[in-house]
Design a protein around this ligand. Structure first.
Ligand code: ATP
Ligand code: MG
Length: 558
């Protein structure tokens, strides 16, 4: 049980909010969801699921400059893909009228004023945590004037940046967020994706968020630790009107939403910020938001991560009140553990060299071998593999002059098993004029077939193969970590200079014929290579596989 669940259980025992549990997930639709958001999603939806409550989805769409429906659509798709169900979909923009009314009420009560200073001047007067700020010269203007100017701001009569509405609280409060925070700013340059040109003023996060929670009846407003310092202001705004008449909440006067905070997710070798991800996408440094190297939900999905694996990763890391950094290796471990149990194990040859079986009499003869998808797990099915005189094997599996520690193919007479098939012995090879091996020759033992009595004979090594005539060509995208350094955000250099130059290598491989029928999002273990998924752009004519993760964690060793 995490510490927020403990709070919820205590609230339920005490009968708070008539034992109603309501959470929300509040993304700003200014980018795609990343795995950090999933941590928040698992918390918000998880609490609602566990305690028979409801979790609504609320788009925090208060800045038309950066927001777009494209992002709204991707966010809903990603949450559904993760397997969560929201109650209702809300938008902060649903409350623009109510928030505007509320702002006018603040002005009328002498709790807000229109400031005509520039952003720089306002910043200069802010003070420091140990030094009080200064009052704006516009702080004490008459209420009537404030009302008139705020209306002029909304009417489009004032240029962007020329005026803001500020709460009149306390310029010497030790909490900097209380030093007359901005409630509204003017934005006329962009239409809003839902309200179009109706508004020329837009509420700031601090004024919009808590009030939206209040209007909706949120009981537990859960967010990340950077909002701890905003919490007193969150409460202050609500306190200004919650006990007044008429009550703005359908839940009556006693009701208050409460904010709780947990630690953000940060993962090594990546960035966890929509702003930085947007830069990578816009500058073409990755192929898009769903580039398999991106830590976005759609990128992870395309990389071959399952919703289950991402959710169990979040379960493993848990929730605390201290910021930290999670090793990317843990995420990789989680998907490896899952795919080890479920992904069919197939042969794909990355650097092929031809193997000819000299005692296979008729080159036109083929044999169908039935291979188990996962050895020893017949319930996961079997597939046919075609065997014949000419096979592709991995170039590295043959050495002409092998030392005694090399157990794979060499003309020294060692027996090697071809996976799920026969035992062979190499007898020699052919080279081109540059000395590159073009063909390996071997003999096979017809009485050594896997699954028959002779199949029990042990060899020191097993190698992978695909039959030359039936093998299929496939594009294989070998993805690796996006950044070359552990924490790109902590470096002095610009994060874009820290990208891993080897984060993608594309090769052409020979894969077994059964993979011709592979469908998008099918997962496989390519024996000895790692785990792969069929890419979204793959077609039967042009197969594409993405490496999800290598077979073992070999990054540590590098
Ligand atoms: P970014 O900094 O990437 O733009 P954000 O916090 O501005 O992220 P929002 O869309 O405002 O993104 O976030 C929606 C919710 O997701 C918030 O409650 C926020 O606290 C949470 N969240 C965002 N990033 C993380 C993270 N790395 N770990 C945990 N929760 C996160
Ligand atoms: Mg945000």
């Amino acid at each position: 049980m995490n510490f927020i669940e403990e709070i919820v259980e205590k609230d339920l025992q005490e009968g708070k909010n008539d034992k109603r549990i309501q959470t929300r997930f509040p993304p700003e639709p200014n980018g795609y969801l990343h795995i950090g958001h999933v941590k928040a999603i698992c918390m918000d939806f998880g609490i609602a699921e566990k305690y028979n409550g409801v979790c609504n989805l609320r788009f925090d769409d208060t800045n038309p400059v950066k927001e777009d429906v494209e992002y709204v659509d991707s966010i809903t798709n990603d949450i559904a893909w993760l397997g969560f169900k929201w109650g209702k979909i809300f938008y902060a923009s649903d409350y623009f009228d109510q928030l505007y009314e509320l702002a006018i009420r603040f002005i009328k009560e002498g709790k807000a004023y229109v400031d005509e200073q520039s952003a720089e001047q306002i910043a200069e007067q802010k003070g420091t945590p140990t030094e009080a700020g200064q009052n704006s010269p516009f702080r004490d203007r008459p209420i009537e004037e404030n009302l008139r100017l705020f209306q002029a701001m909304q009417n489009g009569e004032i240029e962007d940046g020329k005026m803001v509405l500020r709460a009149k609280i306390d310029m010497s409060n030790p909490n900097m967020h209380f030093r007359d925070p901005i409630m509204y700013r003017i934005i006329t340059t962009h239409a809003h994706h839902r309200t179009g040109r109706k508004w020329n003023v837009y509420p700031m996060y601090d004024f919009a968020h808590g009030q939206s929670d209040y209007f909706e009846g949120v009981t537990h407003s859960i967010c990340t630790l950077e909002f701890v310092v905003h919490r007193p202001l969150y409460d202050w705004f609500i306190d200004q009107f919650a006990d007044a008449e008429p009550c703005l909440s359908p839940w009556g006067k006693g009701y208050r939403p409460h904010q709780y905070e947990f630690n953000r997710l940060n993962i090594t070798y990546t960035v966890m910020s929509k702003r930085k991800m947007l830069q990578l996408v816009k500058e073409g440094l990755v192929a898009g938001w769903d580039d398999p190297r991106m830590p976005t939900v759609c990128g992870l999905r395309r990389r071959g991560y399952t919703a289950q694996s991402i959710r169990s990763f979040i379960d493993k890391i848990g929730y605390t009140k201290v910021e930290g950094m999670i090793d990317l290796g843990l995420l990789e471990h989680t998907i490896r553990e899952e795919l080890k149990e479920t992904a069919p194990r197939v042969c794909a040859i990355f650097d092929p060299v031809k193997l000819v079986i000299t005692n296979w009499d008729n080159a036109a003869d083929r044999e169908t071998i039935v291979a188990e998808n996962i050895d020893g797990k017949p319930e996961l099915g079997t597939r046919p593999m075609t065997f014949g005189k000419e096979l592709w094997i991995e170039r590295a599996d043959f050495q002409e002059e092998a030392d005694k520690n090399f157990y794979r193919l060499s003309p020294m007479g060692r027996e090697v098993r071809l996976k799920s098939a026969y035992i062979i012995q190499a007898i020699g090879c052919e080279k081109d004029k540059d000395g590159n091996i073009t063909t390996v020759y071997a003999t096979y033992d017809p009485n050594s077939k896997s699954g028959t009595e002779g199949g029990n004979r042990k060899t020191k090594a097993t190698i992978n193969w695909v039959e030359v005539n039936t093998a299929v060509d496939a594009e294989v995208r070998l993805y690796d970590r996006l950044f070359a350094v552990e924490n790109p955000s902590a470096e002095e250099r610009d994060f874009r200079e820290l990208l891993n130059p080897d984060s993608l290598k594309v090769i052409s491989a020979k894969v077994e014929a059964s993979l011709a029928n592979a469908k998008k999002q099918d997962h496989f273990q390519f024996l000895k290579q790692g785990y792969f998924v069929v890419d979204d752009d793959s077609t039967p004519e042009h197969l594409i596989f993405n490496r999800t993760v290598s077979q073992k964690d070999n990054w540590q060793k590098k």
